[in-house]
Design a protein around this ligand. Structure first.
Ligand code: SF4
Ligand code: SF4
Length: 169
């Protein structure tokens, strides 16, 4: 009985051992896999994240007006596997440490991230084409020269024609 009272008294003096959430700050591990986030400025619309998504949480849909791609990510379908982040070639999709995903059942279809990935246009023929983010060009070439920069303003067809002309074909 005396031991019990000692423990009880010690615990009273120490105060609560549990996290004060939701009334105060709580500990979040740095490596926690929380809500996925998409940075539209880095996204090429390649669809790799959609292909590897374990939860079927990602959808890419080309706009009918041909201006680009709508990108959707449903948070309540995400299993936090992290594959999208692992396979994204440009680092456009990342998992945050935001674990607060509680929402009303009536909001489940709207609990999503929506981004627009615009196409760029070929400077020669104006054809729409997926854009190459600056971050990916830097990863590939470091500081790219003017020739490489010009190449990436052309669609594949115009690039082929330019290469053929340079070779004198
Ligand atoms: S987020 Fe990454 S993997 Fe997904 S479409 Fe954009 S560039 Fe491709
Ligand atoms: S973390 Fe996994 S389930 Fe969630 S969006 Fe990325 S690939 Fe899909």
């Amino acid at each position: 009985m005396l031991t019990f009272l000692k423990v009880l008294w010690k615990n009273v003096l120490d105060g609560p051992a549990t996290e004060p959430f939701p009334f105060g700050e709580t500990h979040t591990p740095k490596r926690l896999r929380g809500k996925a986030h998409i940075d539209a400025s880095k996204c090429t619309g390649c669809g790799t994240c959609k292909s590897v998504c374990a939860g079927g949480a990602i959808r890419l849909q080309a706009r009918e007006d041909g201006t680009g791609i709508n990108f959707y990510l449903w948070h309540n379908s995400c299993s936090f596997c992290g594959y999208c982040e692992m396979f994204c070639p440009t680092g456009a999709i990342t998992l945050s440490t935001d674990w607060s995903t509680a929402h009303l059942n009536s909001e489940k279809y709207d609990y999503k991230e929506t981004e627009f990935i615009p196409y760029q246009h070929c400077v020669e023929c104006d054809a729409p084409m997926p854009r190459l983010p600056e971050s990916l060009i830097s990863d590939l070439y470091g500081e790219p020269n003017e020739e490489i920069r010009t190449l990436y303003t052309l669609c594949p067809e115009c690039r082929r024609k330019k290469a053929a002309m340079q070779m004198g074909v």
